[in-house]
Design a protein around this ligand. Structure first.
Ligand SMILES: Nc1ncnc2c1ncn2[C@@H]1O[C@H](COP(=O)(O)OP(=O)(O)OP(=O)(O)O)[C@@H](O)[C@H]1O
Length: 366
């Protein structure tokens, strides 16, 4: 097992990059601590696979350093890095039995047969493959093949880390959930560093203790699922995490008032001061749909809004609102009255985030 450090790492696939947009990985520093269960979460094309391939050595970065336990590994080939990688699609030897497939990575490093047997049986047990051990891999279903592929990644206990690149894509939805829990269990049992790539927030938060959210080649936040939900450091994290995502209101200061579109916002003095002193014209206030207070009657400090419509989703409703010409979504619990045409909104001070140039700034909550 190892601590993996990325120092001033950047990668471009172009021969002559001219701007930061030409980089699949924009310069970053990051540490994956030994033994952690991590997710690398982000939309398609943000650079997740590129980053994994740089860690495993399949790809050489354009600049920067990759260190395992402080040792520079940039020039080390993938086989010497001791990294197990599980890909989106199964990598199995069709003509071998399941047992031999699972044993392969161990025999490859000359593990004694008694130990091979012990580990194969242990991994087969966790992945519920024991009954299939004697079958040829070519006769397995796609789900079973991917389980074998994952097993091959998990079977060695001396690896620096195991990297999973969207490993459950081909798995039947019902089995997906079960396998995610299994992976978590395996992590707890074996304690190896795991980095799990996905574009699915649910998948990331069921597996990982900490999630790195990637956007346009950068890790914009690294935190627990709760931190990402409660204090998104970047507007992208706000949009991407949560369902629906965070509301963001473009704001400006006008005659001493904080305005969003044609609506005056009722916010604390420290927010007014921060907006007034911001050194940018890209200023947003963010608030999660869960944290907007929605009142059916006028209330002190309430901002009058029009109710467009409400979606009843069983245990809660999503109310679509217009505050002046600004569209907002609020989430209301089932036991709370859903307003029909008008509502009065309050933004609790401690739930508001101020974002300047897309990054959250501390606004000095009182
Ligand atoms: N071999 C390559 N040659 C050129 N450009 C590439 C290559 N591989 C990836 N890219 C580009 O690099 C960027 C990052 O791609 P990458 O595959 O790392 O993203 P990703 O987050 O893993 O996406 P996905 O979830 O779709 O796999 C994208 O713009 C992609 O088009």
């Amino acid at each position: 097992m190892a601590e993996i450090t990325l120092k001033s790492l950047a990668h471009t696939y172009l021969a002559d990059p001219t701007s930061s947009e030409d980089y699949a990985i924009r310069e970053m520093d990051h540490v994956w601590h030994q033994g952690g269960a991590y997710a690398l979460l982000g939309p398609s094309g943000c650079g997740k696979s590129t980053l994994l391939n740089i860690i495993s050595g399949l790809l050489e970065p354009s600049s920067g350093e990759v260190l395992f336990d402080g040792e520079l590994v940039n020039d080390m080939p993938p086989e010497a890095r001791n990294i197990a990688q599980v890909f989106q699609f199964p990598v199995v030897y069709d003509t071998m039995t399941v047992y031999d497939n699972l044993a392969f990575p161990l025999r490859n490093v000359k593990t004694p047969e008694a130990r091979v047997h012990e580990r194969v049986m242990e991994v087969a047990d966790v992945l519920e493959l024991t009954a299939q051990l004697k079958r040829k891999a070519k006769n397995l279903t796609a789900d079973e093949k991917q389980k074998v592929s994952m097993g091959r990644g998990l079977v060695r206990d001396d690896v620096a880390a195991i990297l999973f690149d969207e490993p459950l894509t081909v798995i039947d939805p019902q089995l997906k959930w079960k396998l995610r829990r299994k992976l978590k269990e395996i992590h707890q049992r074996f304690g190896v560093t795991m980095i799990y790539v996905t574009h699915d927030q649910l998948e990331a938060s069921t597996f990982a203790d900490k999630i790195a959210v990637m956007y346009e080649g950068q890790i914009v936040q690294f935190g627990t699922p709760r931190e990402l939900f409660e204090e998104p450091r970047h507007t992208f994290v706000g949009y991407f995490i949560g369902s629906p995502g965070m509301n963001f209101l473009d704001v400006v200061m006008s005659d001493g008032r904080v305005m969003s579109g044609d609506a005056e916002l009722v916010v604390g003095q420290h927010i007014c001061d921060a907006v007034a002193h911001a050194d940018s014209s890209n200023i947003k206030l963010g608030i999660r749909p869960e944290f907007i207070e929605v009142h059916p009657e006028p209330i002190e400090g309430g901002m009058e809004a029009r109710v467009d419509y409400a979606q009843d989703l069983g245990t809660f409703s999503i109310v679509h609102l217009m505050l002046g010409n600004v569209v907002l979504k609020a989430r209301i619990a089932e036991d709370q009255a859903t307003p029909s045409s008008k509502a009065w909104l309050r933004f609790p001070d401690d739930r508001l985030g101020l974002y300047i140039d897309e990054y959250r700034v501390e606004s000095g909550h009182e």
